[in-house]
Design a protein around this ligand. Structure first.
Ligand SMILES: [Zn+2]
Length: 256
């Protein structure tokens, strides 16, 4: 074989290895990794179901869904004012999402927890009292809090056990992640946020822009359906813009 032919063969071999690696990357079952540059063509068309990736309880804080599906997550509810309105918008666009609920509001409004579960959304444990110091508590106290909120959510929803945990203010420590794992909860971080917790609130277009400039297939997106008074009117208006943006790109959503 001539030098020239050898070079061509070597280049082809390198090309095949690269194509193989790229393929392996997309099919990769490891869900904690980003999926950079997932081509739009690889994303299922709007209306097709994205298989649930089921992030597994592990010593990992997940920032990506592990599939092309985008996960919209709503924290700090349920709120009698905003949660039903968020549910209406999600239903209008046929989107399923994740709700990270705090126990003290679950106690006050169990009917909303049931409504969220019955609409096909995913439940997530956001601690009983939203105390950000929980990440520094003793393992025993963390366990007690998360187990109590699991029970509250399961009882209120009519038997749906949360599969996810989100630490207040996203303060995940190895200790709190480990206690969540022991209770069968995968720790759910995020990669994109609307910054809809700020007071005074940003206008809806600014909230939507915060998400739209960063969101892409596989993103976990943080929003809120309760919290600072008055701010979630803007979240609600932003939500329609964000979902329209996602669907215009032919991207899919997932409830994990
Ligand atoms: Zn929160």
């Amino acid at each position: 074989m001539s030098n020239w032919a050898r070079r061509v063969v070597a280049l082809l071999a390198v090309g095949l290895v690269l194509i193989g690696l790229a393929g392996a990357n997309i099919a990769q079952p490891v869900v904690s990794l980003p999926i950079p540059g997932v081509p739009v063509a690889a994303v299922r068309p709007a209306g097709a179901a994205v298989p649930s990736p089921r992030l597994m309880p592990a010593n990992t804080v997940y920032e990506y869904t592990g599939t092309a599906g985008i996960a919209l997550t709503f924290d700090d509810g349920p709120s009698p004012i905003w949660t039903p309105k968020v549910l209406q918008v999600l239903a209008k666009y046929h989107v399923h999402a994740v709700f990270c609920m705090v126990g003290f509001r679950v106690r006050e409004h169990p009917e909303l927890v049931r409504a969220v579960a019955q609409a096909g959304h995913t439940l997530c444990n956001h601690t009983v009292n939203h105390d950000p110091s929980i990440s520094r508590w003793s393992p025993r106290d963390i366990h007690r809090d998360l187990a109590e909120n699991n029970q509250l959510i399961t009882a209120a929803s009519g038997g749906v056990r949360p599969r996810y945990f989100r630490s207040p203010q996203g303060l995940f420590t190895p200790r709190v992640v480990e206690e969540a794992r022991r209770l069968g909860l995968a720790s759910l971080g995020w990669r994109v946020t609307a910054f809809d917790w700020q007071s005074p609130p940003l206008p809806p277009k600014a909230l939507a822009r915060n998400v739209d400039i960063r969101v892409r297939p596989g993103s976990i997106v943080l929003m809120h359906d309760a919290g600072s008074p008055g701010t979630h009117r803007h979240t609600l208006a932003a939500l329609s813009i964000i979902i329209a943006y996602i669907q215009e790109h032919g991207w899919q959503t997932t409830a994990l």
